[in-house]
Design a protein around this ligand. Structure first.
Ligand code: HEM
Length: 195
């Protein structure tokens, strides 16, 4: 489990470093956290996505859904804490108009907070370990759908202009949504049939 998390985090961080520090030449103290935050958010979202796989698939890789979810939650909390510290009009101009949060900013934050709240329900159930709370686990799936919207609302405008991509590296938001679509489709059309 620790190995999987390290591989995910360092691969994502490597991608973010090349795309943003080198490709977009974002250098500086705050920019270091801006780029680190992308790797943290991407790891959090991916760990949540992995919880969608059926147990028999997770068993093959010795993974526990509970651990994936709680680790994802921890990464998400650090992502949110960092965002609260570095969110400003210079670093995130698309979320501001005249130095005030605009609709795009509010939408992103609203969708992020909503998905966190939905993920909190299965977290609570898994910490309590009570049979009567089993129904709370299903909210995690809706958390994932809202999280996909959270990421789409951030990046969709830049997805179809490859000439703006540093080194032709697609935006993390696009990769994340493609990753999510792939996992959802594999679960729906490939894995269930083989059960
Ligand atoms: C379950 C919780 C959350 C998860 C899994 C999550 C995941 C993500 C992911 C995968 C990205 C795209 C990474 C990128 O390209 O930057 C992202 C970006 C972002 N998230 Fe979240 N998020 C969560 C909650 C929140 C919350 C509560 C807020 C606000 C308070 C928030 C604010 C942002 C912002 C502002 C960005 C844009 C960052 C950037 O473009 O550099 N997120 N998030």
């Amino acid at each position: 489990m620790k190995k999987l998390i390290s591989v995910l985090f360092f691969s994502f961080y490597g991608y973010a470093i090349i795309r943003y520090h080198f490709g977009k030449e974002l250098i500086g103290f705050t920019e270091t956290f801006f780029v680190l935050n992308k790797a943290l958010a991407w790891t959090a979202g991916t760990l949540f996505l992995l919880t969608l796989f059926p147990q028999y698939q997770l068993d093959k890789f010795n993974l526990k859904r509970r651990q994936l979810g709680t680790s994802g939650y921890c990464f998400a909390l650090v992502h949110i804490l960092l965002i609260l510290l570095i969110l400003n009009p210079d670093l995130y101009p698309k979320f501001y108009s005249d130095s005030e949060l605009n609709n795009d900013g509010y939408t992103t934050i609203f969708l992020g907070i909503s998905s966190l709240l939905l993920f909190s329900l299965p977290l609570y159930a898994s910490l309590q370990k009570r049979e009567t709370l089993q129904h709370l686990y299903r909210f995690g799936r809706f958390g994932i759908y809202l999280n996909i919207l959270h990421v789409t609302s951030i990046g969709a405008k830049g997805w179809f202009i490859p000439t703006n991509w540093p080194y032709f590296m697609p935006p993390i938001t696009l990769i994340f949504v493609a990753q999510a679509a792939l996992i959802i489709l594999i679960n729906k059309f490939v894995l269930k049939k083989n059960k």
